[in-house]
Ligand binder design. Structure first.
Ligand code: GLA
Length: 404
């Protein structure tokens, strides 16, 4: 019986493989969800994942648009005698299919993690040489999203390795979002649009606003370091519906101050970044919840044009970011990088926008836009007047500009 099933699956794989591509019409706006790594690392089990799915619904995160519950590294057990990967039996005694069914019963989707190399970064079995089997297994479990890492890949070329997994996923016939995680090492933005739906642009994030955490052989990066590491003005042209630059999963709620969390979240929205929360959804402070579920700010991230924002100018410690939106609107984010509060004195008339990538321009000397404060939830004037505001250290003023 098992052999018959396997032959039928292999036949389906062979038929589908002849027209391999990535799954189109997925992730048309940046994916939103939760991932276990940033806070829980290897301490995951099925109870935690189920509770996180429950919390995603109970906290209003689902209602705000978060959809994926993603397991990261360390869910793995061994491969069975036929080579099919199994979950760790102690941590996932009811198996992945039951867990996926549970997550689906909440109206959510489930993601899993593997690695293009021989082992995952945490030392568990990688997919190298088992790509089709792993993809078949994920599809049989009902998985909706795969994050695919890049440890233990000595001698491999990223584009080829990720193409193999793309084809293996496509061959299953079950649409899965494909998240490339090779840390921007081989400029994935240049080749990954036909391969996957998002690609990491940097090494790992940490919950420091401005600084790095040195682990000896590698470093994790603070929020400002991630924003600065890639020249976003250069790589933004590679992002768009179905293919996103991924500056890593979020650290909101994991130890930074409220203003730092707010600035981090605002900037991820400006960058059209995937919004994958990495905190404990079961125990969120009111501030964390307010940040992660701000629908007006999320709408900037989820704007259907999918244009990644760019740095328009810098005035002392304040960076001014602009993101063109549908209906001739714009999002503007004033980011105070400094340790002290800063005065914003911004004359729109001498700061008209000219985005050569999107072709979107403004002439603030001739046209007026209302200024809508997306954290204060109120209109604060219009571009006809000089904007004056005080920005706390490591905080933002985030505006939506609507043509009057
Ligand atoms: C790498 C990835 C992280 C996480 C860990 C898991 O460091 O970049 O996001 O998946 O592996 O081991």
């Amino acid at each position: 019986m098992k052999m018959k099933l396997i032959s039928a699956l292999v036949l389906t794989l062979m038929l589908n493989a002849s027209m391999a591509q990535k799954f189109e019409k997925m992730a048309l706006t940046p994916p939103m969800g939760w991932n276990s790594w940033n806070l829980f690392a290897c301490n995951i089990d099925e109870i935690l994942i189920r509770e996180m799915a429950d919390a995603m619904v109970a906290t209003g995160m689902k209602e705000a648009g978060y959809e994926y519950i993603n397991l990261d590294d360390c869910w793995h057990g061994e491969r069975d005698s036929l080579g099919f990967i199994q979950p760790n039996k102690q941590r996932f005694p009811n198996g992945m299919k039951a867990l996926a069914d549970y997550v689906h019963s909440k109206g959510l989707k489930i993601g899993i993690y593997s690695d293009a190399g021989w082992k995952t970064c945490g030392g568990h079995p990688g997919s190298r040489g088992h790509e089709y089997q792993d993809a078949m297994q994920y599809a049989a479990w009902g998985i909706d999203y795969l994050k695919y890492d890049w440890c233990y890949t000595d001698g491999l070329k990223a584009e080829g390795a990720y193409l193999t997994m793309r084809e293996a996923l496509f061959a299953t016939g079950r649409p899965m979002v494909f998240s490339l995680c090779e840390w921007g090492t081989s400029d994935p933005w240049k080749w990954a649009t036909p391969v996957g739906h998002l690609w990491r642009t940097t090494g790992d994030i940490t919950h420091i606003f401005d600084g790095i955490d040195d682990h000896g052989t590698w470093q994790s990066l603070g929020i400002l370091q991630i924003i600065d590491l890639r020249n976003n003005d250069t790589i933004r042209k590679y992002a768009g519906p179905g293919h996103w630059n991924d500056p890593d999963m979020m650290e909101v709620g994991n130890g930074m101050s409220t203003s730092e969390d707010r600035a981090h979240f605002s900037m991820w929205c400006m960058l059209a970044a995937p919004l994958i929360s990495g905190n404990d959804l079961r125990n969120m402070s009111a501030e964390t919840k307010t940040i992660l579920t701000n629908k007006e700010v999320i709408a900037i991230n989820q704007d259907s044009l999918g244009i990644q924002g760019y740095k328009h100018t810098k005035i002392d410690s304040v960076d001014v970011w602009v993101k063109p939106l549908q209906n001739n609107a714009f999002a503007v984010c004033f980011l105070n990088r400094g340790k002290n509060s800063a005065m914003v004195n911004f004359d729109w008339a001498t700061n008209s926008f000219n985005d050569t990538f999107s072709g979107r321009k403004t002439d603030f000397t001739k046209e007026s836009y209302s200024l809508n404060d997306l954290w204060g939830h109120k209109k604060i004037g219009a571009t006809k007047k000089v904007l004056k505001a005080v920005l706390s250290s490591h905080d933002v003023l985030m505006l939506k500009l609507i043509k009057e």
